[in-house]
Design a protein around this ligand. Sequence first.
Ligand code: BDR
Ligand code: CA
Length: 317
Amino acid sequence: MRKTIPVILDGDPGHDDAIAWVFAKADPTLEIRAVISVAGNQTIEKTTINARRIAALLGIDAPVARGASRPLNADPVTAGNWHGESGLDGPALPEPDRPLSELPGVELMAKVLRESRDPVTIIATGPLTNVADLLLSCPELKEKIGQISIMGGGITHGNWKPAAEYNIFEDPEAAWTVFHAGLPLRMCGLDVTEKALIKPSEFPRLLAVGNQVAEIVTGWLEFFYRFPMQLGYSGAPVHDPCAVLALTHPEIFQTRELYVDIELEGEYTRGATVADLMGSTGQAPNVVCGMDIDRDRYVELLVEALKSYDGRCVPVI
Ligand code: BDR
Ligand code: CA
């Protein structure tokens, strides 16, 4: 039996953030200590209400706090083309079942770290604004962070700009702070997450699990696939769960240890994750970078995660 890992979920839900949290809550080796929203896919008001609704749906009983409303040093850009007007368009969801934490997101993160006997892992599936803010405002708490597992970046290409992935492009200065923190960092970028496809032919199998969470996750995927379908993807690239599975099921990934830096200046490349594939910088690796995934296992693990919600059903609005 593996030791339980205390985790903070930090994201901008978002369909794939929501599915990442489905995996996280389903895995008995993760103990969710807090959920923090961040502005990204939609405004902070929308990602926060979405986070609270997802917590109510899944039965996450950790506090949920509102995080940063804008990037450290960049203009906010939402991703309604991917996630819709609400940031989580598709099936009806429950109303939040508990009040929002009175603490701002970064303060709740700091409290969780301070009070934890064991190192806490941060699973970051949105722009890295909250994590950077935590590192800058409470540097003494760095030693309480076990590792940071992020969905972000891409070694070979971007998806928001030719060279930049959305989460990093949204707040490059925050990403720079995190990548230079000297903490153990797992990066699942587009190199692996665009291989984490769930294909429409697989949706009926998910629905057939037959519980409420399975029905809603299938509805999320049906919505989330609309935009990538227009772009020619053969399935929905369900990026964010990779940051969870990199911790719970590392065996389904191929990884490389690399030095990765963040481009802050380039006219065409701001927000790019630049990887030293040849070792030419002489810098020691700062990330374990996902390169490939066993997609069949990914789908299997989603089915297993959904089954764990058998018997749970909450009223939706
Ligand atoms: C990332 O951008 C967001 O739209 C998704 O939620 C994911 O975190 C993929 O580039
Ligand atoms: Ca996200």
